[in-house]
Design a binder for this molecule. Structure first.
Ligand code: ZN
Ligand code: ZN
Length: 176
């Protein structure tokens, strides 16, 4: 193995092990100092708004069409190529997603709340110790939970399919 290959290997290792803070400041420095890198990183992390599909974007298109027909003073939409962040985190399934490949079937989640049935533990355990209501408990005893959206147990497959969303989570349906 020659020296360059060895260095590249060590560098890859360093990238894998560096904290996100170090990686962020390194990327910012590179994109500031090298115009080519600025373009490459922009192409990876930014996207033109019109390339982002979504439930909200279809309404934007509708209003743009109506503007074309009755409002001549508006600037040409094609001139304003607005860039936005390409990756986002969906508040409903808590996954990071690529906004350019989002579809109405991308996100799967429970819109409701998982309710713990304390009776389950009282029936099962002589000492009547009820574990705290937490994600860990739900993972360990899914049969002690019921989703109020679909009545499925704690580990039931998500009952709702939707676009990945940005910003506010879907309104939780409360049983009480
Ligand atoms: Zn989601
Ligand atoms: Zn559900």
């Amino acid at each position: 193995m020659d020296a360059t290959t060895k260095t590249a290997e060590t560098l890859n290792q360093a990238i894998d092990n560096a904290s996100s803070h170090v990686i962020r400041s390194t990327l910012k420095k590179i994109s500031r100092d090298l115009p080519d890198a600025f373009e490459m990183i922009s192409n990876s992390l930014l996207v033109s708004e019109e390339l982002v599909p979504g439930p909200d974007n279809s309404s934007i298109k509708d209003s743009a069409e109506s503007e074309d027909s009755n409002d001549q003073d508006k600037p040409d939409k094609k001139c304003s190529k607005r860039l936005r962040e390409r990756y986002a985190e969906c508040p409903n399934c808590e996954q990071e997603f690529d906004t350019t490949t989002n579809t109405s079937k991308s996100c799967r989640f429970h819109p409701g709340v998982a309710q713990m049935d304390e009776d389950y533990f009282e029936d099962c355990y002589e000492e009547r110790r009820i574990p705290s209501d937490s994600e860990e408990t739900m993972k360990e005893y899914p049969e002690a939970y019921a989703w109020d959206c679909c009545k499925g147990e704690g580990d039931a497959a998500p009952c709702m399919t939707d676009w990945y969303r940005e910003g506010v989570p879907a309104q939780k349906m409360r049983a009480s």
